[in-house]
Design a binder for this molecule. Sequence first.
Ligand code: MF3
Ligand code: CO
Length: 258
Amino acid sequence: MIRLKSREQIEAIRKAGKIIAEIFEDARDWAKPSVSALELDGWIADYIRKKGGKSAFKGYRGYPAETCISINEEVVHGIPSSRKLAEGDIVGVDIGVKIDGYYADGAFTFPVGHTSSKGRRLLEVSRCALYEGIAQIRSGNRIGDISSAIQRYAEGHGYSVVRTLFGHGIGEFLHEDPIIPNFGQEERGEKLKEGMVLAIEPMINEGGSEVTVLPNKWTVVTKDASLSAHFEHTVAILDGKVKILTSLLLDEREYLGG
Ligand code: MF3
Ligand code: CO
């Protein structure tokens, strides 16, 4: 069952999304060699708390940390540890915020210091794949239009998409219907409608699409140990158009339609 949101509810989700957007504005400065994932996790948790929110991940199905931090061949759900980031790593940071009863979810993958050109290209293509998906979001299109745009872009650049983890509806809960695969066929699936709020989150691998879960039962890694990148935005359909709720590049009057 898809929970359509009112303009007021979308505004509340935007409040959560704005905290995530602000963190990502600064996070690129934190993602430096010799900083540990656990330190990064602590800074983000402090920022969320200072803004009056809380982590949407901590305790979710027993998840033990405030954020997910996934390095290199880790795809998603990396549990932050005292392992220090190293020059050349790519580090995926995934943040969920709950505030005043509403959720937003966003992720960004950063280069740490000087990264290889193949790492930088993976980041660029993966970020663009997210925007290719978002560009399909408007009233009347379908979930499959998002999925196929992401897949076509990523595979067209020689990468593969993870097929066992998906984007999702969000807002009153961290995970709501519908599920949004990062592969599929255009003009298929549920119709996109006014009031839908969706977390779009391509996970793109340099090598094969296959993944496996580490013995910690959370961390998803690529089977072939190739690099993987993850980008995520929470978006809404308002006045028939897509509004990115986890970006600061959004005029507030425009997203509220005022
Ligand atoms: N952003 C991820 C998702 O949407 C992380 C949630 S898993 C958690 O699935 F346990 F860390 F919360
Ligand atoms: Co998500």
